[in-house]
Design a protein around this ligand. Structure first.
Ligand SMILES: [Zn+2]
Length: 433
């Protein structure tokens, strides 16, 4: 980690939620300077004011003509499913059987896990994503591989070993006790080490016995600061299956609540098929929804109701859900999020979109005191976006008259090609060749 360095460019970040603060939520420096000391944000302001005060010899990376934003935050992704992205034809339950379980089986081999983890972390950085919350597989060594790859790159990573002890193939089946012991050992080994955080990871209610669900809830309660991640109300057939498996529960969400899995730092992917009581419980307990639009469309799961979640006061982040999702790019994720809201008769303003991908994502993970903005003292993770990355983007950007228009063009037309560079902890971690 270096001492002092600076980044010059058009700098944009959020001071709060645009839904609360309106246009005051966005801070914009057309020619800005971000000064970083020992990996943390030291100062942000107009380049004209800050440059003359920089100590002589300070390295300044010049990104004028490009947009500098806080690094993107992906709140739901499966690293072990990297190789099955874009696999044809199924909805979620058949998808698991046909594609997911066979590919996750290969992670019994630590060398395979390490190779995929390396690719996965590089692919996140190529897409401007500096923090992810990821599922590994049932194999403890798959978590070791992912954390090791993230640590090498100084990335923030939240991850955990999948807990699954029923309704799955023998070759991936854990037991309640073994899953519990394995999770405890991984928490000891990794949680809080550098920028790594552990998440207790029951895949979803149907693949855990009540005994395993109870142990997962206890792990979550007994280890302060540890996360819990799972899936919730993705697909209507899945919801009906959960109702048969847990007839005593009021709803799918209620299953997780009964087993002590709802609270601050528990993150549930999808949440397409919730009712108002579910949303109220999530808001009251501080639980988080990860909205995964490319996955919800690709797997035909349904249209997430962002407005209702927001009105209920539930924390929401964005997730790619690769491999059910179809892109590592948070820009493409925003593109599909916008269209999902259109089909619901709702709007996703561009400011709210980029807020969800940065500071809002950080807030949804209870990490907004560390990442997601350029507030002083934050970890200096950032993405440099090129509004002229492709001929079409360049042409559209040339006739844009406002920042919002240029950001919207990036959100609709941009992908990994639009990421000129990604920085992690105040150091370049990836640069577009
Ligand atoms: Zn998922």
């Amino acid at each position: 980690m270096s001492g002092l360095r600076a980044i010059r460019g058009e700098i944009v970040h959020f001071l709060g939620d645009p839904a609360d603060l309106g246009s005051d939520a966005l801070a914009h420096f057309p020619d800005g300077l971000l000064i970083v000391r020992d990996g943390l944000v030291a100062e942000l302001g107009p380049a004209g004011e800050l440059l003359p005060r920089l100590p002589a010899g300070t390295a300044v990376d010049d990104y004028r003509g490009k947009l500098v934003l806080p690094g993107f935050i992906d709140t739901h992704i499966h690293y072990a499913q990297t190789d099955i992205v874009a696999s044809y034809g199924e909805q979620v339950l058949a998808w698991l059987e046909k594609y997911t379980y066979p590919t996750e089986r290969r992670f019994a081999d630590p060398a395979h896990a390490a190779a995929v983890a390396e690719f996965f972390c590089d692919e996140l950085l190529r897409n401007g994503t500096t923090t992810a919350m990821a599922f590994a597989t049932v194999h403890p060594a798959s978590v070791d591989a992912l954390f090791a790859a993230a640590r090498k790159r100084h990335m923030r990573m939240i991850a955990g070993k999948v807990l699954m002890d029923r309704n799955c193939p023998d070759f991936l089946r854990d037991t309640a006790d073994r899953g519990d012991a394995g999770s405890k050992a991984l928490i000891e080994r990794w949680h809080g080490r550098d920028r790594l955080l552990y998440a207790v990871t029951p895949r979803f209610a149907p693949t855990s016995t009540p005994e395993q669900m109870a142990l997962a809830g206890r792990l979550f309660a007994d280890h302060p600061g540890v996360y819990l991640q799972s899936h919730l109300a993705e697909n209507e057939r899945e919801v009906a299956w959960v109702a048969r498996l847990y007839p005593e529960a009021r709803s799918y969400l209620d299953v997780y609540e009964r087993y002590g899995q709802l609270g601050a730092r528990s993150v549930f992917a999808h949440c397409v098929w919730l009712d108002d009581t579910d949303r109220a419980r999530m808001a009251a307990t501080g639980a988080t929804i990860s909205f995964c639009p490319t996955s919800n469309l690709f797997l035909g799961s349904g249209l997430f109701d962002l407005d209702r979640a927001q009105a209920a006061g539930v924390r929401v982040g964005l997730g790619t859900d690769v491999g059910g999702g179809t892109s590592f790019s948070m820009l493409q994720t925003l593109n599909e999020a916008y269209k999902v809201q259109q089909l619901r008769g709702q709007r996703l303003p561009v400011e709210r979109g980029f807020y969800l991908a940065t500071r809002g994502g950080a807030r949804s993970l209870y990490l907004d005191d560390r990442i997601g903005s350029f507030d002083t003292g934050r970890e200096a993770d950032l993405v440099v976006l090129d509004p002229a990355a492709t001929p079409l983007l360049a042409r559209r950007t040339a006739v844009a008259t406002t920042l919002a228009e240029r950001l919207f063009a990036l959100m609709l037309l941009g992908d990994d090609r639009a990421v000129a560079a990604t920085w992690v902890m105040g150091e370049p971690a990836w640069r577009r060749p």
